[in-house]
Design a binder for this molecule. Structure first.
Ligand SMILES: [Zn+2]
Length: 462
């Protein structure tokens, strides 16, 4: 049993009114709201840090499950009540602590926002106190923990936001938010970029949605819905005993981003090649320009970024490629419920030798493979598929059919050219010939079951 989480984003439409969006005032309300909530958070952070004994108070807690009484640290709910008692003016309790009168400092701040801010701060303040205690105990001079910052993305609880969906026309859906105009708190409607994709993700069974957050950036504003799902999956050791187990092996490469093979009962049932569609070459061309510019401008100036747009472009391309490849891997897994996803532990392609742009390109390729690996694991786990990592030793060198050491070659004008960089694989012992990446992918299955002599006897599950 485990848990997995994902974020589903809903963009607010902040384009100008003639483009169907909102007016510029509405954008400034969001900024005002974020800043007043940050100030409120600062207030409570200072308040709690001024009362560290209360924050770490040991109390008797009754376990909800067993009814047992034991000693534990005071719960966040109790702290919240305590904090409100000492800082907020109410008819029953008109005199909070004189130095900590929240009602005077932040008149009319909605209760829901106040509570979300307090809860947010409790975790931060406690974490800080714990690390300070640890630091004192360690006796080190350096590395004193810094006071936590108060800024955070506002959490939206019911009562401060609502999502109004137009069933007929999703494009007309909007979100109602309680925002601060700079002088008062009002409800404002924000048009959203609502779409079917969001609709599907939100309603997907098994996923629980937590309170959303308002994420405001320079260019855009969005509501992020954090979703969690409880996963029940067999342990690898148990799965391995199943004679009908399906294994999905992935070999991550540079030109063929992923070669996916599916095996059951010792037979390869399905193969899928995910090509990079020329990404490696394009990236190489881009990096040539980066390298040239770096050479022309000499040493990089500290604190100054060069080639920003190019790097941003490469980042986007990578993100896109990684998501698509991971998606392809998971699509294959979806077809075989109860399967196990097998990866090689990533070996680095050494970024040495060749031109500067070639070295840069190698480095980028390594990063992309790491990203695909990580994303595929996460996405697979969300559908209940567990992944393992096997030792990469020898997967690309040995024959997947007989286990003998083979050679790589390419075919040029009908002539066989043997060489390290060859796309094809040939076995001198059983005369098996195939695509080298396919051979490697099949060998990943062998590594998982440890079927050949060249496989080391260790397995790490991930
Ligand atoms: Zn062979």
């Amino acid at each position: 049993m485990g848990q997995t989480a994902r974020t589903t984003k809903l963009l607010l439409d902040l384009s100008t009114r003639d483009q169907g969006g909102t007016n510029p005032g509405k954008r400034s309300y969001l900024t005002e709201t974020v800043s007043i909530l940050n100030a409120a958070r600062r207030f409570y952070l200072d308040f709690f840090l001024a009362h560290p004994d209360k924050l770490m108070e040991r109390v008797e807690v009754i376990s909800k499950k067993t009814g047992e009484v034991r000693e534990g640290v005071i719960s966040a709910d109790n702290l919240l009540t305590w904090a409100e008692f000492h800082t907020v003016e109410t008819p029953d309790h008109p005199t909070p602590l004189p130095d900590w009168n929240f009602s005077r400092a932040f008149p009319d701040l909605p209760n829901r926002y106040r509570r979300s801010v307090i809860k947010d701060v409790i975790g931060k303040a406690r974490g800080y106190l714990t690390s300070v205690t640890k630091w004192h105990a360690s006796g080190k001079k350096k590395g004193k923990p810094g006071i936590p910052t108060a800024s955070n993305h506002p959490t939206l609880y019911a009562g401060t936001f609502s999502l109004d969906l137009d069933e007929l026309d999703l494009r007309k859906s909007f979100i109602r938010l309680k925002v601060y105009t700079g002088s008062e708190w009002v409800w404002v409607h924000y048009p959203t970029c609502y779409n079917r994709y969001f609709d599907r993700r939100r309603a997907e069974p098994g996923w629980e949605t937590a309170s959303p957050k308002l994420i405001l950036s320079k260019q855009s504003a969005a509501i992020h819905f954090l979703q969690t799902k409880t996963i029940t999956a067999k342990k690898i050791v148990e799965s391995k005993r199943d004679p009908d187990l399906v294994t999905v092996a992935v070999d991550l490469n540079v030109k063929q981003l992923a070669v996916i093979t599916v095996r059951q009962h010792g037979v390869i049932k399905e193969t899928r090649f995910v090509s990079d569609h020329g990404l490696d070459h394009q990236r190489f061309e881009h990096l040539k320009r980066v390298a040239k510019k770096q050479w022309q401008s000499g040493k990089a100036v500290k604190g100054e970024h060069s080639n920003q747009q190019l790097w941003a472009h490469l980042r986007r391309q990578h993100g896109d490629g990684a998501h698509k490849t991971a998606r392809a891997i998971v699509e294959v897994c979806e077809k075989y419920p109860g399967c196990v996803l097998v990866f090689e532990r990533l070996r680095k392609i050494k970024p040495s030798g060749g031109s500067k742009s070639r070295r840069l390109n190698r480095k980028q390729a390594n990063q992309l493979r790491g990203k695909i690996n990580q994303l595929a694991k996460e996405k697979a786990y969300a559908i209940g598929v567990v992944s393992v990592e096997v030792n990469p030793h020898g997967t690309s060198q040995y024959c997947a059919r007989c286990g003998c050491k083979g050679v790589r070659f390419t075919s040029q004008a009908g002539q066989r050219v043997t060489g390290k960089g060859g796309k094809l694989f040939s076995c001198p012992s059983c005369h098996y010939e195939c695509h080298a990446d396919f051979n490697a992918s099949v060998n990943v299955h062998h590594s998982f079951f440890r079927e050949f002599h060249w496989q080391p006897r260790e397995l790490k599950s991930g």
